[in-house]
Ligand binder design. Structure first.
Ligand code: AMP
Length: 284
C-alpha cells in the first residue's frame, strides 16, 4: 500500500494509472475509520483496479465553534485497516499543501444545501464541495463512493458532478449501523456510555416512522411527528432538527407519492449526531 502526502505526486500517480488503463475508485474520508468507511472501501475495491482512500480532516467544512481541533485521529490504526481491504493508495495530504496561500476559489451548490444541516452549519457544504472537487482533480477517479449517512452531502456532490461536468460516477452506499441501530460515526467516540445509550433515540425515532410508513401511513408530517414523539422520550437528546423532505430535491413538503427523506440532527451532551432514513422507493 502506497501512502502519498504530496498532492502533485498523487496527481502524477493517478495520471500514470490512467495511462496504464487502470479504473480508479476514490473513497474520501476524514479518518478514524469504522466499518461504515470500510464498506465503502470494499465497494470501491469491487469496482476498480486501483482503490484510493483519502484521509483529510478538512478545515474549511468546520465552523469556528466546531470540533476541528478535537476531531478524533488514529492514522496508524487507519492504515492497518486500509491494508486489510486492501487499498492501493492512501492519500493523506497536509492542510497547507491543500489550501495554498492566496486560495480564493470555492465550489458552492446553492439550493440543496440551504436546509437541514446547511441551515445550522453555515459554510459547511461549501467546504465539503470545494474539497471534494479538489480531490477529484487530484485523484482523477472513475468512481467516487459516498455514504448515505451524510445524505445532504451526497445530494450536493451528485449535483456538483452534473453541474461542473465531472467525468466520473458517484456511487452511494447505505448507512452502516451498529447492531443496536446507532449509525456508525467517527464522532460516536466522543460519547460516554450514558450518552451512547441516549443516542439510540435517533435511530429508534427513524425506525418508528419507518414502521408507521410500512403500516400504510404516507403523510410526511404525521411520520415526522411519530419520530418526534420518540425523541421527546429522551430529554437528554437536544434536537437540532427533524425534517421530512423530498428525498431528491430535499425540499419541504415531501409528497406522499415520492420517496421521503426523514433526517435528524441532535446533540447528545456536546456531541452532534446526524441520522436519516429514506421512506419509499430508493432512488440512488
Ligand atoms: P467521514 O469520514 O465522516 O467524512 O465519512 C467519509 C465517508 O464515509 C462519507 O461518504 C460518509 O457518508 C461515509 N460514512 C460515514 N459513516 C457511515 C456509515 N455509518 N455508513 C455508511 N457510510 C458512512
Amino acid at each position: 500500500m502506497e501512502v502519498i502526502a504530496d498532492p502533485i505526486a498523487m496527481q502524477r500517480r493517478a495520471e500514470a494509472a490512467r495511462r496504464w488503463g487502470d479504473r480508479i475508485a476514490l473513497v474520501p474520508t476524514m479518518g478514524f475509520l469504522h466499518e461504515g468507511h470500510l464498506t465503502l472501501m470494499r465497494e470501491g475495491r469491487a469496482r476498480a483496479s486501483m482503490l484510493v482512500a483519502s484521509i483529510f480532516v478538512n478545515p474549511t467544512q468546520f465552523g469556528p465553534n466546531e470540533d476541528l481541533a478535537h476531531y478524533p485521529r488514529d492514522l496508524s490504526g487507519d492504515l492497518a485497516k486500509l491494508r486489510e481491504v486492501p487499498v492501493d493508495v492512501v492519500f493523506t495530504p497536509d492542510r497547507e499543501a491543500i489550501y495554498t496561500p492566496g486560495a480564493q476559489t470555492w465550489v458552492e451548490v446553492t439550493e440543496l444545501t440551504r436546509g437541514l444541516c446547511g441551515a445550522h452549519r453555515p459554510g459547511h457544504f461549501r467546504g465539503v464541495t470545494t474539497i471534494v472537487a479538489k480531490l477529484f482533480n487530484l485523484v482523477k477517479p472513475h468512481f467516487a463512493i459516498f455514504g448515505e449517512k451524510d445524505f445532504q452531502q451526497l445530494r450536493a456532490i451528485q449535483r456538483m458532478v452534473i453541474d461542473l461536468n465531472f467525468d466520473l460516477e458517484i456511487v452511494p452506499m447505505p448507512i452502516v449501523r451498529e447492531k443496536d441501530g446507532l449509525a456508525m460515526s467517527s464522532r460516536n467516540a466522543y460519547l460516554s456510555p450514558d450518552e451512547r445509550r441516549d443516542a439510540l433515540a435517533l435511530s429508534r425515532a427513524l425506525f418508528a416512522a419507518r414502521d408507521h410508513y410500512v403500516a400504510g401511513m404516507r403523510d410526511a408530517e404525521t411520520l415526522r411527528k411519530t419520530a418526534l414523539k420518540v425523541i421527546a422520550e429522551t430529554p437528554k437528546v437536544e434536537l437540532e432538527y427533524l425534517e421530512a423532505v423530498d428525498a431528491d430535491t430535499l425540499e419541504w413538503p415531501a409528497r406522499a407519492d415520492r420517496p421521503i427523506l426523514l433526517a435528524v440532527a441532535a446533540r447528545v451532551g456536546t456531541t452532534r449526531l446526524i441520522d436519516n432514513i429514506v421512506l419509499g422507493v430508493r432512488r440512488p
